[in-house]
Design a protein around this ligand. Structure first.
Ligand SMILES: Nc1ncnc2c1ncn2[C@@H]1O[C@H](COP(=O)(O)OP(=O)(O)OP(=O)(O)O)[C@@H](O)[C@H]1O
Length: 658
């Protein structure tokens, strides 16, 4: 499907003149090894010589040799090499290989982090060892936090400038994230831990030497981050793939890829799009082909960047694969071969997400060419869930999902709204008050839902919210956002919003506002579609009397006192990925995330949205508000029930509604 080897190299190389130095280091490495394919010395192997000529040619911009291109549908003959590892032993932080001062810093900054989770106990040593890693575990289980710790535990990369005696520091680890909120979160964790450990070390702190972020935040351009990066090279650089690509094209020496020790791709399934393989005989093959073609034409910045960083690995993996197809199992991976040993060129690659579907895993292992296949570890769900298939065979799935809904820490509610009615989706199960959700904990006053609706209905201003435009029309706040201050709202905003129809369904907003007023003790999060205007949503919710605010990761703790009005933070699906807001008890979603159809994508999207609560053993409530009007035979409520069933739970009744 996705061809790599020479075409990628040429593409990559043509876009950058500094590729030459990068490929030279790889060639030196190649020359010092025996060929893994022919088994002869590198210089005596025809394939190696061909390859090196090819790489040298493309490095100077004159690709003449064509390396073999992999065909997507060739049979896979080699055995899968990585082993899945589930769970791990209980260990202390020190036993994982983290140095004492770092652990002291961690415990000082995060006293609750007394011990690593089973998954962290597995992947932190693997990070320190330099293994490639695929980490898939529940939302809020500590993946990103553990990865950040592992990176802090790695030795600093230094290099000697040719002709000079001095050593220079280079960026050791590059953390790629989809958006600025997650970058800020990483940054905050890392600086807090580093500050704690430096206190222990008894030396001053230069945060810029430890971590920097290079990312566009709001209206801020990259220039500030670039200035810092020019002055000091951090141990860990957090950025987006696009920002690093832009930087590489402009100034490839600022973050030289050949010195990187680790590349982390967090929320990998968001950053790299893949599609499930389909049976060529089936009728929907056409749509699959179309999707594949689209990805080939627009591979996206993450693929582009990783192709660039792992260009040498791609060539080696590709040749090894070719060899395997010709020779049968294992050949290129045999003992003593440098393919797949820790000597493989390129930095360690760590990818993580709560949702890592098989097609993405397959792509990473079999097609991307980025992984060091013999030195890779897969750490997956440490919570044990029975396979859905097994449950279905036994005919117990429904009972199991109902039980999971009753006993789970997170309650999933689905509310259907129409012009005249707001009610729980049919079949939502009742749970005891004390196990519900934090609904009663320190909570807001118990108001009657009907009363609030009556109030809203009486308010002529609320009735004015137009219904002409609904769902997903983006009234980009554009220029106005620039002027938004702490309080976010200016007269200009108000003026514009008053005079334009709302893109939101007013019934859904009202129902949600009511649920917040009735049930949220202090802090909740509203996640709206990525294309929807956040400021507008905040404006409308404020008009309804809620303390709604645009989510700002720089001040996530709202710090309201008990008894005060709850705060509702508003953000988009894209900006919510990976966010950790421990104080949040409720998350609201307007409509089916990535809906309206039930697909792997919408199920994963729901998992990420709902995963903003119930993190690290906490409890929480997820409320999805959908439109009752059935535009098709299946209502949105029924679709949401299907999504919940897919993730192993049933809807729970939101008790203040019918
Ligand atoms: N070993 C630990 N002990 C106590 N708290 C921890 C530990 N590891 C992580 N945490 C806390 O767990 C919370 C969730 O961590 P993190 O954001 O890394 O989860 P995640 O698995 O990456 O979630 P998502 O999939 O949503 O991105 C954070 O508040 C973090 O401080």
């Amino acid at each position: 499907m996705y061809t790599f080897t020479s075409s990628t190299v040429s593409k990559v190389v043509n876009s950058s003149s500094s590729y030459a130095s990068y490929s030279t280091s790889w060639l030196a490495l190649l020359a010092s090894q025996r060929c893994s394919i022919s088994g002869t010395a590198y210089n005596g192997c025809r394939t190696c010589r061909l390859m090196s000529t090819h790489i040298q040619n493309v490095a100077v911009g004159s690709s003449t040799t064509t390396a073999p291109t992999r065909q997507f549908n060739r049979p896979r003959t080699h055995k899968p090499i990585p082993t899945d590892i589930i769970g791990g032993e209980k260990k202390t932080w020190e036993q994982l290989g983290l140095r004492k001062s770092l652990v002291e810093g961690l415990v000082r900054a995060y006293p609750e982090a007394v011990a690593p989770t089973p998954a962290q106990a597995l992947f932190i040593p693997a990070i320190l060892e330099g293994r490639d890693l695929l980490v898939k575990d529940d939302t809020g289980s500590g993946k990103s936090f553990g990865i950040a710790l592992g990176l802090l535990g790695k030795p600093r990369v230094k290099y000697v400038v040719t002709g000079k005696a001095e050593e220079r520091e280079s960026v050791t680890a590059l953390v790629l994230v989809p958006q600025s909120n997650l970058a800020i979160q990483y940054y905050q964790w890392l600086t807090r831990i580093a500050e704690g450990s430096i206190l222990t070390d008894g030396v001053g702190i230069d945060t810029d030497r430890i971590v920097q972020r290079l990312i566009r935040e709001g209206q801020e351009h990259l220039s500030m981050g670039l200035r810092k990066l020019h002055e000091t090279k951090p141990h860990i650089l957090i950025s987006t793939p696009q920002a690093i690509l832009d930087l590489y094209k402009k100034d490839p020496d600022l973050v030289p890829f050949q010195y990187l020790s680790t590349v982390v791709v967090d929320e990998v399934d968001y950053l790299i799009e893949t599609v499930p393989r389909k049976d060529p005989e089936k009728s929907w093959k056409g749509s699959y082909d179309k999707a594949v073609k689209k990805i080939r034409m627009h591979p996206g910045p993450t693929r582009e960047l990783l192709d660039l960083i792992y260009v040498a690995r791609k060539e080696i993996n590709s040749r090894a694969q070719e060899w395997a197809w010709k020779q049968g199992d294992e050949g290129p991976y045999r003992k003593g071969s440098f393919v797949g040993s820790s000597d493989m060129p390129g930095p360690q690659l760590v990818v993580a997400s709560a949702t890592l579907r098989t097609h993405l895993s397959n792509y990473l292992y079999e097609e991307s060419g980025w992984l060091n296949k013999k030195f890779v570890m897969k750490v997956k769900n440490t919570g044990s869930k029975p396979a859905k298939k097994e449950l279905e065979d036994e005919g117990v799935l429904d009972e199991r999902v109902r039980e999971a809904a009753r006993s789970g820490r997170v309650k999933h509610c689905v509310i259907e709204v129409s012009e005249t009615d707001v009610r729980n989706v049919e079949g939502a199960i009742n749970v005891e008050d004390d196990v519900t959700t934090g609904m009663t904990e320190g909570g807001g006053e118990k108001l009657e839902a009907q009363k609030i609706f009556a109030d809203l209905a009486d308010d002529p201003q609320q009735q004015d919210h137009g219904r002409e435009i609904q769902g997903g029309v983006n009234f980009a706040d554009g220029d106005l956002m620039e002027k938004a201050d702490e309080e976010w709202v200016t007269d200009e905003f108000v003026e514009r919003y008053r005079n334009t129809p709302s893109p939101f369904n007013p019934n859904a907003l009202e129902a949600m506002a009511t649920a917040v007023a009735l049930d949220v003790p202090r802090l909740a999060l509203l996640v709206i579609p990525s294309s929807a205007p956040v400021f507008r949503a905040v404006y409308e919710l404020r008009e309804m009397g809620l303390d709604a605010r645009v989510f700002d990761p720089q001040k996530p703790s709202v710090g309201k006192e008990e008894g005060e009005d709850p705060v509702l933070l508003v953000t988009t699906m894209a900006m919510a990925r990976g966010l950790d807001l421990p104080e949040t008890t409720h998350v609201f979603s307007l409509g089916i995330p990535e809906g309206p159809r039930v697909t792997g994508r919408s199920i994963d999207a729901y998992l990420h949205v709902s995963g903003r609560v119930g993190r690290f053993g906490r409890r929480g409530t997820v409320v999805t508000v959908v439109d009752k009007e059935a535009t098709e035979t299946v209502t949105a409520g029924e679709r949401m029930k299907r999504i919940l069933r897919e993730i192993g739970v049933a809807p729970v009744r939101f008790r203040q509604f019918k």
